[in-house]
Design a binder for this molecule. Structure first.
Ligand code: ATP
Ligand code: MG
Ligand code: MG
Length: 383
């Protein structure tokens, strides 16, 4: 046995909750740092949790005292506190990796050194209209103005269609550190979950992600109508990008598949990721199982990351009314082969991820047919 290690998790949202589900099955105690009654704490009854925020150094120090290894469900954590506790407790992935990745501009500057293809981009230093207009001249329109930090679900992105949009774009992302990206004319968005272990870099099959209003809506595993060569190339690119960082655990890599079938990195995350939720039903080991095993140096048979059955994941997102997500869930109850995951996050807000549903079937076509009625329900409930 592995002597019952304790895992500390910064953040107790839905990703932390699904990590706890995996840890529980191995009798591994997960100590969560987050508010009381956060989704992860609700399914884990013991006295090792810490109340507070992953942005508070004192709370991170307190968590470190009771754990063998610390990890994070989110990249927007206090990496200076992690750096400090790293002398006493293992931090996986490394605080250096999280620090670089949590700033999307620094992440890209780092990955550029490793030859990872990505959209051309420019840093804004003064955030003035003149500066952005100059960048617009260089990158062309449309371009995507992005916050370097604290970005998620597209909250931090602004599409600048022309010079006329510049004042509105700067107003929308006011007081944030910014950079701007050349528009990527992709035909599809792909993602790969990578698992970094003590001596290996493994990957799950390439999936197709569909974003609506910059929020992930659907994930198709495997990516539809993508030749195996591209599936393999995307996995290789994802592994190469993740290899540029130190530390163990799951990393989510988002990519663009361009018109000419070339691949470009969109961004990566130093954690379990929405594009990997399908692995709970679609593979023998889920991304959450693999993350727990990777950070504890437990074996991960590569075969356990292979696709068992075509899978489609649909996010249940807060919609037009406070109970939209419950109506969607009710509809999911009648879908064959649908696994429902609700996150118990309390009140729904438009755009808030409240749960997800995964449908598996013998063929992708069958899975598409089965999930379509639910997609229709979700579409009528959009805010
Ligand atoms: P996440 O929730 O995945 O962390 P985020 O807020 O960090 O999202 P990005 O992943 O950078 O944002 O972008 C969100 C979406 O916006 C992408 O999935 C893609 O659909 C679109 N997008 C981002 N960058 C570009 C680009 N350069 N050109 C075209 N579309 C883009
Ligand atoms: Mg992001
Ligand atoms: Mg993204």
């Amino acid at each position: 046995m592995w002597n019952s290690p304790k895992v500390g998790i910064l953040g107790g949202g839905q990703l932390g909750r699904m990590l706890v589900e995996s840890a529980n099955r191995l009798n591994i105690q997960a100590n969560i740092l987050d508010a009381d009654n956060s989704p992860a704490k609700q399914i884990s009854s013991h006295d090792g949790h810490v109340t507070g925020s992953f942005k508070e150094p004192d709370a991170v120090r307190k968590l470190a005292e009771s754990c063998d290894v610390i990890t994070a469900e989110i990249e927007h954590v206090d990496t200076y506190a992690l750096e400090e506790v790293a002398s006493k407790v293992r931090v996986e992935p490394s605080w250096q990796a999280i620090r670089t990745i949590q700033n999307k501009f620094n992440q890209k500057e780092h990955l550029r050194k490793y030859g990872i293809p990505m959209a051309e981009h420019r840093e804004l230093v003064n955030n003035t209209p003149e500066e952005l207009a100059q960048i617009g001249e260089e990158l062309g329109y449309p371009m995507m103005l992005k916050s370097k930090t604290m970005a998620y679900d597209g909250r931090g992105n602004f599409r600048v269609n022309s010079k006329e949009d510049i004042p509105e774009a700067l107003e929308a992302l006011k007081d944030r550190p910014l950079y701007s990206e050349k528009w990527a004319y992709f035909k599809m968005e792909l993602a790969v979950m990578v698992i970094k272990t003590k001596d290996d870099v493994l990957s799950y099959p390439t999936v197709e992600t569909v974003q609506e209003d910059s929020i992930c809506k659907l994930v198709y595993a495997p990516a539809r109508n993508v030749p195996d060569a591209i599936n393999q190339q995307a996995q290789a690119l994802a592994r190469k990008a993740v290899s540029a960082f130190e530390g163990k655990g799951a990393f989510g890599v988002e990519m663009f598949l361009l018109e000419d079938n070339s691949l470009m990195l969109c961004e990566l995350a130093s954690r379990i990721h929405n594009s990997g939720h399908w692995t709970i039903e679609g593979c023998a080991l889920s991304q959450f199982d693999s993350h727990i095993r990777a950070i504890l140096d437990l074996p991960i048979p590569p075969k356990s990351l292979e696709l068992l059955q075509p899978s489609i994941m649909l996010n249940i997102i807060g919609g037009a009314t406070p109970d939209s997500h419950l109506k969607a869930t009710e509809a999911a109850l009648s879908i064959p082969n649908a696994s429902i995951h609700l996150y118990s996050k309390g009140a729904a807000k438009p755009g808030r991820k409240m749960g997800h549903v995964t449908v598996t079937a013998a063929t992708m076509h069958e899975a598409e047919t089965m999930i379509q009625p639910l997609v229709d329900v979700v579409d009528t409930m959009r805010a």
